[in-house]
Write a protein that binds this ligand. Structure first.
Ligand SMILES: *Cc1c(COP(=O)(O)O)cnc(C)c1O
Length: 366
């Protein structure tokens, strides 16, 4: 069986290998069988290895849902009574965390700053000094909306200095940019299966300090389906998810992790960077400019400014590229017109060398 290969340059879901796609085609199984619980047990242990988390201190908890479910769960589950969350916000994904706080009426500080810059660490520290009731410091590691990489190690150190836990949205960096939870001062991180690990959408996971999850048992409960402690406890007792897991997605995630460890952390990161470099060189050769300064970039997303041409039409460029097997994606910067070219997924620089002439033709056709 041959499956048409599309090169996805959108920020996830990412291009997958055929072996990951085909891993979903398995005999029907009831996920309450011991055999299936065993598969999830192995998957949870392997997820810890990606971020070098010691299973004595950290655990991983699986959920059925897209990546945003993790943001929702961490914020609604990990805030003690009468305490505040500090959201270090320089982009669309941290703004989403602010919205979660608003929806649950969680006390929070939205420390908003320019989407074109890294957050000001001195201001983060000042805010922590002035607000001793902050119990949770949150930011997005890689702001996928712009491609800006945030300094989680430094922000995590500040959180710890002032007695708060660190919660980082690593959805678009985990399993791509090497992360070491101890060195990077990460108490909680998160991702979904369709990004860094290059599997299918529908499975998300939170990796965090077991002790903090246990403590959260006594915190106010603000959701039933999306409560971290409840799901953790169910895994501990039964090895299973509380409610129906995304069965076939889990099979593909297990295959994807095999391929992740076979490729290797450093080699995979080098491949993503190779793709990123090819994208940057390619767009520069077409005279296109970037929105974000080089030294702030993650190496995973390039934000391309709309060219200054009267008949520019992103939709038309997108559609032409799509017809030729390449998916490009609009930007998420409200004040500036951009589109994004991402280097997630099972792609390599040859794909970009094939893509750039297609993009060129698409622009010329305008
Ligand atoms: C993709 C992504 C998410 C999750 O988005 P979903 O649409 O819910 O999958 C969350 N945070 C970041 C930084 C992301 O890139």
């Amino acid at each position: 069986m041959t499956i048409k290969r599309n090169v996805l340059l959108n920020p996830g879901p990412a291009t997958t290998t055929d072996t990951v796609k085909m891993a979903q085609v398995v005999p029907d199984i009831c996920p309450r069988e011991k055999e299936f619980a065993g598969l999830m047990h192995g998957l949870r242990a392997d997820l810890l290895k990606i971020v070098h988390a010691d299973p004595k201190d950290y655990t991983s908890v699986l959920f059925t849902g897209s990546g945003t479910i993790n943001i929702d769960i961490c914020l609604n589950s990990l805030l003690p009574e009468g305490k505040k969350a500090l959201i270090v916000n320089n982009g669309a994904y941290s703004s989403r965390a602010v919205e979660v706080c608003q929806y649950y009426h969680l006390p929070h500080i939205d420390l908003k700053s320019s989407v074109f810059e890294r957050p000001d660490l001195a201001l983060v520290e000042k805010t922590l000094q002035e607000n001793p009731d902050i119990a949770l410091v949150y930011t997005t590691h890689h702001e996928t909306g712009t491609g800006v990489l945030n300094p989680i190690r430094e922000i995590g150190a500040l959180a710890h200095k002032y007695g708060a836990i660190s919660v980082f949205d690593t959805t678009s960096s985990l399993a791509m940019i090497p992360i070491d939870v101890e060195k990077d001062n990460v108490d909680f991180c998160m991702a979904s299966a369709q990004k860094g690990i290059m599997a299918m959408s529908g499975l998300s996971f939170i990796i965090g300090r077991t002790e903090e999850i246990r403590k959260s048992k006594s915190y106010p409960t603000r959701s039933y389906y999306c409560n971290l402690y409840l799901q953790y406890e169910y895994f501990e007792k039964t090895g299973e998810m509380h409610f129906t897991p995304p069965v076939q997605t889990i099979y593909s995630a297990i295959q994807a992790l095999k391929e992740y460890f076979a490729e290797g952390e450093q080699a995979k990161w080098a491949r993503h960077l190779r793709v990123n470099r090819a994208i940057k060189e390619g767009i520069a050769s077409l005279g296109l400019k970037e929105a974000i300064r080089d030294e702030l970039q993650s190496g995973l997303v390039v934000s391309v400014l709309y060219p200054d041409m009267p008949n520019w039409d992103f939709e038309k460029v997108h559609d032409y590229c799509y017809e030729h097997g390449f998916t490009i994606y609009p930007g998420k910067i409200s004040t500036t017109n951009t589109f994004r070219l991402c280097s997630l997924g099972a792609i390599d620089e040859d794909d970009i060398h094939a893509f750039i002439p297609v993009l060129k033709a698409a622009i010329e056709r305008l």
